[in-house]
Ligand binder design. Structure first.
Ligand code: ADP
Ligand code: MG
Length: 605
């Protein structure tokens, strides 16, 4: 399922496929060195695009993908080697393998399937890790697979060259492999799992709080990307005809990573740009390396020129454009944005958010959170009924944000229980709590910064429960943006918006989940009086129209008093007062907590 219109994606993939075909026609006609260079280029591009499918969308760099290339190349080679040849070169091959002889296509399919199976098993560990730990795990995978290939001497000829592989890869096979990889990579990026992964790449905590449980998406991307790299590996094996484990180790990992990083790993366009530029540069540097005659001067041979040159290019690109030469957008998003701008129906036909049917009350019962020596939340009990607006106030550091984190599952509670109706949510992961209809915003805005406003909201809308279609999620997104008055900024990147608009996007994103309860952590921070009043008006209307229960954190006492049905006051982690706004305002403990703090602040200032 994709999140962009088909007519747009059709153009987005058709153009690169046509370019690949055109290049292949040129290569086939010119022949010789050009043709061979192009074949290698196509295979590299397929591999880079495949790596990008995982690395780009998840934001986790992988050193391990060459192992899938190796596994696939060896598997397909062994399966397609004629039996007589096997008896000669691999006398100790297990009988099952010795007797098999598959044709190229079948061998290719089995090799890819096997590589994906290995990826799945490895992914059980790797797809669970975050950031640098995940990258290091992929490095371990590369080393392990390399070791296994060398160790399985009877099957692979160990570190010696494996030869006699049927040369099936001509320029058309290579072009087809490349085209398939580009199409899958481009479509995955704007698929439902692709969008969720990219959201999580930008902000994992916000993604989880908006119902994105990234585990399955990450595994899917990992296995798919292994499959594409495996496809490239098979093509490479059947192009070279002979190879050794060295071919699938650090040297080539470095070369492909250079393409990925220089071009930009988050897009198909980046893979193309990276593969083209690094291929061109290496061709030029390789000639220099062999010594060259420059206007009559004979330049000496300099070994390592290519490697050093590529290293310098990576450095330069990282300094000037850390997202790679192609940046974060696909070519089609950059050049054809009008093609996918859609108008949502207006007036009576405009999409609307559904009113909640929830009748359960949310109850936190004596929840406590301890950070090392500090008790940030100390046995606080709190309830929030459907359609109720509760204010949570208290001086800075009194535990308001921490309490929201505990209820929404962003932090585990040290003790205490949180329930929604009969459901205990205390130990649920945050994305499941969001799925149960508890949405929130963050005090320090957490948007998916490089995604558009529309994508920010859609990534959340897709997780509403019960499951809904992309079209329904899009309608909910549009309605949520409309509620917050930012529908006209739908195609802007989130990080280009003003502070106030970013807060509105965050609320729209939470609303798009069509939640039963909405927590807002200092929603008016950074807004002027006018904006704040408008926001309060919107919040009240949301409650009246949709029946949401709202929990609003702020330290602006007058504001909370005007908005809320009930107010809860925290001080130093403890609940010190609770009740009608007017009463709480007069409560001596509350006055002391606020004034006491104020006086200290005044002295400090
Ligand atoms: P509030 O939102 O009311 O300003 P917080 O809930 O952010 O207060 O913080 C309550 C207390 O817990 C503060 O003393 C803060 O320093 C501490 N705290 C909050 N989060 C953490 C954390 N992740 N690790 C350690 N201490 C924390
Ligand atoms: Mg706070």
């Amino acid at each position: 399922m994709t999140v962009l219109p088909w007519r747009f994606l059709a153009i987005a993939v058709l153009v690169p496929v046509l370019l690949v075909i055109a290049a292949a026609m040129v290569g086939a006609n010119v022949g010789g060195g050009v043709e061979r260079t192009l074949i290698v280029f196509f295979i590299n591009l397929a591999a880079v695009a495949g790596m990008g499918l995982y690395c780009g969308n998840s934001g986790i760099l992988s050193f391990g993908h060459l192992s899938f290339m190796g596994i696939a190349a060896y598997t397909s080679a062994i399966l397609s080697l004629p039996v007589a040849m096997k008896n000669m070169t691999l006398p100790n091959l297990p009988p099952v393998l010795a007797a098999i002889h598959l044709d190229f296509v079948l061998a290719l399919l089995v090799a890819i399937a096997f590589s994906m199976l290995v990826a799945y098993v490895a992914g059980l560990v790797i797809a669970r890790l975050e950031g640098a730990a995940a990258t290091i795990a992929t490095l371990a995978l590369l080393i392990i697979v390399h070791g296994v290939i060398i160790g399985a001497r009877d099957i692979t000829r160990g570190s010696q060259s494996f030869f006699g592989v049927p040369r099936e890869t001509d320029i058309w096979v290579a072009a087809a492999v490349c085209a398939v990889a580009l199409v899958i990579v481009r479509l995955f990026r704007d698929s439902v799992p692709g969008l969720k992964l990219r959201a999580a790449r930008e902000d994992l905590i916000a993604a989880k709080a908006n119902g994105i449980g990234v585990k399955h998406e990450r595994m899917l991307a990992w296995v798919l990307s292994a499959g594409l790299v495996a496809l490239a590996g098979v093509a490479l094996g059947h192009f070279l005809g002979a190879f050794s484990p060295k071919k699938f180790y650090f040297h080539d990992t470095f070369a492909l990573l250079a393409m990925l990083i220089v071009g930009g790993m988050t897009t198909m366009t980046g893979a193309v740009v990276g593969a083209v530029s690094i291929t061109l540069v290496s061709e030029i540097l390789r000639r220099l390396e062999g010594g060259i005659d420059l206007f009559g001067y004979q330049l000496p041979e300099v070994f390592g020129t290519t490697q050093i040159g590529i290293g310098l290019i990576i450095l330069l690109v990282m300094f000037r454009r850390s997202d790679g030469l192609a940046g974060l957008d696909e070519w089609d998003e950059r050049l054809l944005p009008w093609l996918f701008r859609r108008k949502m129906p207006e007036g009576d036909d405009a999409p609307k958010l559904a009113a909640t049917k929830n009748e359960d009350t949310l109850v936190a019962d004596t929840v406590t959170k301890r950070f090392a020596g500090l008790i940030a939340v100390d046995k606080v009990s709190l309830s929030l009924a459907p359609g109720e607006i509760v204010g949570l106030i208290g001086p800075n550091g009194s535990g308001k944000t921490t309490l929201l984190n505990l209820i929404s599952g962003v932090l585990p509670a040290t003790s205490g229980v949180v329930t929604k109706g009969d459901t205990v949510i205390t130990d649920m992961p945050a994305h499941r709590i969001a799925g149960l209809g508890i949405a929130r915003t963050f005090q320090n805005i957490r948007l998916f910064r490089t995604l558009s406003v529309r994508q920010n909201v859609l990534a959340a809308a897709l997780n509403a429960w019960p499951k809904r279609s992309v079209a329904e999620a899009e309608a909910a997104s549009a309605a949520a943006l409309d509620w917050m008055g930012i529908a006209d900024k739908a195609e802007s990147k989130a990080n280009t918006l003003s502070y106030g608009d970013q807060r509105r996007v965050e609320i729209a994103r939470a609303l798009a989940l069509e939640p039963d309860f909405l927590f807002l952590d200092e929603p008016a921070a950074g807004m002027n009086r006018e904006e704040t009043d408008a926001l309060m008006e919107t919040l009240r209307k949301l409650r009246d129209t949709l029946g949401l229960g709202l929990l609003v954190v702020d330290h602006d006492l007058p504001l909370i008093v005007r908005l809320c049905d009930r107010v809860v006051v925290l001080n130093e982690g403890k609940l010190i007062a609770e009740g009608a706004p007017g009463d709480v305002q007069k409560n001596p403990d509350v006055i002391t907590a606020y004034l006491g703090r104020k006086r200290q602040d005044d002295i400090a200032a």
